[in-house]
Design a protein around this ligand. Structure first.
Ligand SMILES: Nc1ncnc2c1ncn2[C@@H]1O[C@H](COP(=O)(O)OP(=O)(O)OP(=O)(O)O)[C@@H](O)[C@H]1O
Ligand SMILES: [Mg+2]
Length: 330
């Protein structure tokens, strides 16, 4: 399998396999300094259509900084940022949106008291009639919002209800459906499951998978390796602003990923400490020098963080026909 693209873009939709091998968004040795604080350094990342790239890392690891670069809020101060193979430097989030990169922030920018359908079109309302008497096309907006939510498998009883009455998980789902409808090719989700319970997290993960099925490239920021592993095709772990691990799904198990996130050695030390306290069940934590996982102070393990192209990393859930519907939308 070669990763060369045919060159004709969008002409032969059925022939999506070579297209899928070209990243939509790519970072090469990218970094960001805030004054003399280096928040991010030497990061390689590739986002492919129809794949979920998970960015993991502890608090302060640089996850938000990374997506702020891609979403146009901040500019990188080192390395390269490419979209469709060309170098870019966004100055506002509008630049990113214009290239099909949509970001769903954790504090969703919704108006709680407005109905669901109104929030769906917030800032991009449908109108009808000629200019002086132009007015909102309410019927069409309601119908479209309803269709689009159903297309993503989201069933709400009543689109007239204020969006503030939906659960956090449901609001995330509406935001995902909205981004898909408005032609996003890349969807960035900043910790969408962080504040959610088990069941609601499951719902959000389901729609992440649905977005992938529709051919979007998804960047899923999380500090939960279990959530990442449920939907991820590629895993990038940040630590103190650098890429500690970049691995395709085929090359890493959930245990290894969890160990990387926690830092096997740190967990073992914690186990030792907690064991002295009493009343804490430490059995499940790994022992000092856990088998098969190098301490995280060693050189970057597993896959070398060079140009992180996962190759044939598609999991069983990623259908080969996934790119077609989203292409038709844009
Ligand atoms: N605007 C800023 N000015 C100065 N330093 C910043 C700024 N934003 C982030 N940083 C620093 O950059 C580092 C990475 O922060 P970032 O917010 O990207 O981490 P994060 O992985 O998103 O963490 P969290 O899980 O807490 O959201 C931190 O040390 C932070 O203090
Ligand atoms: Mg953050």
């Amino acid at each position: 399998m070669t990763s060369k693209t045919a060159g004709t873009h969008g002409a032969v939709l059925a022939d999506t396999v070579p297209e899928a091998d070209r990243p939509i968004v790519q970072l090469r040795g990218a970094g960001k300094a805030y004054g003399n604080i280096r928040a991010l350094h030497g990061v390689d990342l590739a986002v492919h259509p129809g794949r979920v790239t998970c960015v993991l890392g502890d608090n302060g690891a640089g996850k938000s900084t990374l997506i702020k670069i891609i979403s146009g809020l901040h500019q990188h101060t080192e390395g390269e940022f490419l979209v469709d193979g060309g170098a870019v430097r966004f100055t506002t989030p509008r630049d990113a949106l214009a290239r099909g990169i949509a970001t769903v922030y954790q504090d969703l920018a919704t108006v709680p008291l407005m109905p669901v359908w109104r929030n769906f079109f917030l800032g991009s309302e449908m109108t009808k009639g000629p200019w002086p008497v132009r007015r909102l096309d309410i019927a069409r907006m309601k119908r479209t919002a309803d269709e689009e939510l159903r297309n993503m498998g989201i069933v709400l009883d009543d689109l007239e209800q204020p969006i503030g009455t939906l659960s956090g998980g449901q609001r995330q789902c509406v935001a995902i459906a909205r981004a898909v409808y408005f032609g996003a090719r890349v969807l960035i989700l900043d910790e969408p499951t962080a504040a959610l319970g088990v069941k609601q997290s499951g719902v959000v993960l389901k729609y992440i998978a649905a977005a992938r099925e529709r051919g979007l490239g998804v960047i899923f920021i999380t500090h939960n390796p279990h959530h990442a592993y449920m939907v991820g095709d590629h895993f990038s772990v940040l630590r103190l602003g650098t890429l500690e691990l970049s691995a395709a799904r085929a090359d890493i198990t959930l245990e290894e990923l969890t160990n990387h996130m926690a830092g096997g050695a740190e967990l073992a030390a914690l186990k030792h400490e907690l064991a002295q306290v009493g009343g804490v069940d430490v059995e499940a934590l790994p022992d000092e020098e856990p088998e098969g996982s190098a301490p995280d102070t060693a050189a970057p393990a597993t896959a070398a963080p060079t140009t992180a192209v996962p190759g044939s990393a598609a999991p069983d859930t990623a259908a080969p026909d996934s790119a077609a519907p989203a292409e038709g939308k844009a």
